[in-house]
Design a binder for this molecule. Structure first.
Ligand SMILES: [Zn+2]
Length: 114
């Protein structure tokens, strides 16, 4: 397993591309990864979506999203460790940490050379 820390988990550029419906990350180690909005919405890490402890998240019972639910209308930087998307239906409680995003990119083949 790759150690996801240091440059590998540090973004140097973050872009919300509304045209392509993607969130784009450039990492300090020279790699890039682009995340499709719907891909991210399915992975919303908040307790409501993903569940917490014995409570199952609502993503487990969903099969699709309404168009506004997968529209990323805003992207906010949280400290130096995470981003927080706001979705078209107002949902904004999911924090994607850089470490989590880098791990997703590695496990799902989303890493590209710059
Ligand atoms: Zn959520």
């Amino acid at each position: 397993m790759t150690e996801t820390s240091g440059a590998a988990a540090t973004p140097i550029d973050i872009e919300l591309d509304s045209q392509a419906r993607r969130m784009r990350f450039a990492w300090a180690d020279g790699k890039r990864s682009d995340y499709d909005w719907e891909y991210l919405r399915w992975r919303c890490p908040c307790a409501t979506c993903s569940g917490e402890g014995e409570f199952a998240g609502e993503l487990q019972t969903r099969t699709s999203f309404a168009p506004d639910e997968i529209e990323m209308v805003d992207l906010e930087l949280v400290g130096r460790y995470a981003v927080k998307p706001t979705w078209g239906n107002g949902h904004d409680t999911g924090l994607f940490t850089f470490r989590n995003l880098r791990q997703l990119a590695e496990q799902d083949g989303l890493l590209q050379d710059a």
